[in-house]
Design a protein around this ligand. Sequence first.
Ligand code: PLP
Ligand SMILES: N[C@@H](CCOP(=O)(O)O)C(=O)O
Length: 467
Amino acid sequence: MDYISTRGGAEPLDFEGVTLAGLASDGGLFLPREWPQFSEGEIAAMAGLPYAELAALVMQPFVGTSLTEDELLELCREAYGRFAHDAVTPLVQLNEQHWLLELFHGPTLAFKDVALQLLGLLFEKFLARRGEKLTIVGATSGDTGSAAIDAVAGREGIDIFMLHPSGRISDVQRRQMTTVRAPNVHNIAIGGSFDDAQAMVKRMFGDEELTARFRIGAVNSINWARLMAQVVYYFAAALQLGAPHRKIAFSVPTGNFGDVFAGYVAAKMGLPIERLVVATNVNDILHRALSDGDYSAASVTATTAPSMDIQVSSNFERLLFDCGGRDGAAMAEQMRGFDTTKAMRLTDLQRTGAAGLLTSARADEVEMAQAMRWACENTGQVIDPHTAIGLHAARLQDLPRAVPIVTLATAHPSKFRDPVEQATGTRPSLPPRVGDLFAREESCDELPGDYDAVKAHIMANATRSAS
Ligand SMILES: Cc1ncc(COP(=O)(O)O)c(C=O)c1O
Ligand SMILES: N[C@@H](CCOP(=O)(O)O)C(=O)O
């Protein structure tokens, strides 16, 4: 299996290469040259497998020869052995047609753990094989940061610099990052939004001074390995609900478009998905793009679902490339235009390609709170604000009765205790696995939202990963 860039200007790489590279050298995102396919019989044979075995089977075609089957299975067993639920990503039934897929049973209480627990192990394996070190730069609106830090804290030869927008994440999210005491963990709160942090991180991959001195790596969903690991839970959920003999719909709370793109990949591999609902908060660039073809970024509005306060959505480029005929030169041109004006129109091909599988909906703050209340009063489930956006969108769908819809529950409600309590009257408690989070001391550098200041800080502090 080799991987090509959405912008057509980077050397193709194998799985090990893309995992360590993160972003392609031409600024594009890596995708497999072609989608591996499973037959109906092969999918049927996956039913009932333990999660780690299913994960190894689904991911093997993407991994190719970078790992043997045994190596991959061993890494999956280690990664998913750290989850607090035997099913890893259990399904919970809300009513006859509607299910929640709980993705928050990992160490840091959000869906990011599913991929990042594995990615930490992949980094370790590939770096040891090559005798190399890695300087990870990441941007977070709260959940990727804590999951990535948990996955790499204390690992040899790795530094992690995690940028978050100062004051714009929940106290639990912040503490999950800033209370980790490991010499290779560097938290940076920047002035600005998540979009500003993400733009800085992407710029670092093309910064010759940085890349000459460090191997820069990614933990955000620009890294293909993140998405690959997220494909697995679509298979896990669909198999439990009757796939491949029945079609399943999914509603996905969306920000950077990684999670829902993983669902798109599952469909490309042969999983019978009826529909993927892209659910946004008021930062609705993706809803506007999919419903009207208008991909134009406004400034980010702070909401009570802060992890989805994103306007420039990295992985949308992967969808546009795949649906738009996989033309790297045209994609590069389209993205150059967007970088200059912060606006673009989708082509007819991109719109019709996306519409075959994807639909979208948006929830404002009131609708989000209503969805939390509805879940609590009608199903007994206390859900987090991000999940509530997915649930709101799912309830708007008019699906045939035989098609179940699964809303992805992307975070544990205790990460967002204040809005959950306001909406439901219930203040969720933190699960014991996060320990004494509020008793621990925090460590974080505050920097202005200025590229040169952040870069200088990284150059001065990346002591463990300097070559
Ligand atoms: C809790 C939560 N839900 C949903 C999302 C949206 O996921 P994605 O960025 O993959 O679209 C995020 C982060 O982005 C998140 O942290
Ligand atoms: N919501 C995310 C934003 C970053 O998304 P990623 O999936 O690209 O890492 C977060 O919690 O940090």
